[in-house]
Design a protein around this ligand. Structure first.
Ligand code: GUN
Ligand code: ZN
Length: 373
């Protein structure tokens, strides 16, 4: 029998937790940051390099992979892990959220969503059952329920209606997923920034029963204060003994605030995407390497960083290759950003384990307040 999926909390500090999610493909240290590998690649990085930054798990996308190269083709070629050469855990998002943000003409019904591909305009259908089938064909280790997230701003009535639909889809996802030892199915809480709706959603998900629980529908334009407002109560509505995943978050200070509030897993395109546009994230905040102030600067991005960009190259070089639109500019800045994010996660895990998270967070904000020098 395949090894079971499990979660052990090793230590807590306030509402924050550190522990390990165990899967047949390896352990995931929590709090965990998952780099985004939407199209079966973390853009500009080899899988071994992503691992070298400290990532235990990647995120993949049902929506993109079903359109190109298709889930059936990936299954014939041995599954997503082999296809992209990443043998550690992969979590896949379920597609509904990406349809709403990326696809052309779309139609939402009780059954699911019909949409036009952003790639070639072809027509496709996603339902909870089809999303579960695609994620099984991909070989995903952590499968996400098929859900829906209303575009903001939305009225309370619209958010309530959408949340109720997502909860019916959560039950259909659970039924279609079936019993798959070694693979996990996560429910997704919705309900916008309305406490009663969040409570209702949490109750519906707990009644169904999942291996982990995501907080969805945040970081969609509500702002950090409103997001933290929800995170002040939402994780507490979910089972303590299961992992809690905040979807699509975020900037380094969002991550720190989410971990303080009891979140165990996060994903975001920010470190990889912004690396390709010349944005670097460091202990002292954000740096735009395109800025002319870097063109003669022999210093590294961050003298305390041990990534290849900081160990081997000057800001002047990174500025030059970015301006010249050389591929290595994307490679080096993405590596640096992912390295910084994973180092931040390790710092958070160590601080929680040692019961000194408050001091860690104070130091984190103090250094950022000093700024880049
Ligand atoms: N990614 C960011 N937010 C969400 C969400 O609410 N649902 C899903 N499925 N993915 C997300
Ligand atoms: Zn670096």
């Amino acid at each position: 029998m395949a090894q079971a999926f499990g979660f052990q909390v090793a230590a807590t500090d306030g509402r924050a937790r550190t522990g390990v999610i165990s899967t047949p493909r390896g352990d995931i240290r929590t709090p965990a940051f998952m780099p985004v590998g939407t199209a079966a690649t973390v853009k500009a990085m080899l899988p071994g390099s992503v691992r070298a930054t400290g990532a235990d798990i990647l995120l993949g996308n049902t929506y993109h992979l079903m359109l190109r190269p298709t889930a059936e083709r990936i299954a014939r070629l041995g599954g997503l892990h082999t296809f992209m050469d990443w043998q550690r855990p992969i979590l896949t998002d379920s597609g509904g959220f990406q349809v709403m943000s990326l696809a052309g003409l779309r139609k939402l019904t009780e059954e699911g969503v019909t949409f036009k591909s952003h790639i070639d305009g072809s027509r496709h259908v996603l339902t909870p059952e089809r999303s579960m089938e695609i994620q099984r064909l991909l070989g995903s280790d952590i499968v996400m329920c098929f859900d829906e997230c209303p575009a903001l701003p939305a009225t309370d009535a619209e958010v309530a209606k959408s949340m109720a639909l997502s909860m019916r889809w959560a039950q259909r996802s659970r039924d279609a997923f079936g019993d798959r030892p070694g693979h996990a199915l996560f429910g997704i809480m919705q309900g916008g920034v309305t406490r009663d709706l969040r409570a209702e959603s949490a109750e519906a998900l707990r009644a169904i029963g999942f291996d982990g629980y995501a907080v969805g529908g945040l970081a969609v334009g509500e702002g950090q204060e409103a997001m933290f407002g929800v995170l002040d109560y939402a994780p507490g509505m979910l089972p303590d003994e299961k992992p809690r995943y905040l979807m699509g978050v975020g900037k380094p200070d969002d991550i720190v605030g989410a971990v303080e509030r009891g979140i165990d897993m996060m994903d975001c395109v920010l470190p990889s995407r912004s690396g390709r546009t010349g944005q670097a994230w460091t202990r002292r905040g954000q740096i735009n390497i395109r800025n002319a102030r870097h063109q003669d600067d022999p210093r590294p991005l961050d003298e305390s960083c041990t990534c290849p960009a900081c160990t081997n190259y000057s800001r002047a070089y990174l500025h030059h290759v970015n301006r010249a639109q050389e591929i290595i500019a994307s490679m080096l800045l993405t590596w640096h950003n992912l390295h910084y994010y994973q180092e931040l996660m390790q710092g958070l895990r160590d601080a929680i384990a040692a019961g000194r998270l408050a001091q860690f967070v104070a130091d984190f904000h103090a250094l950022r307040a000093e700024g880049d020098i």
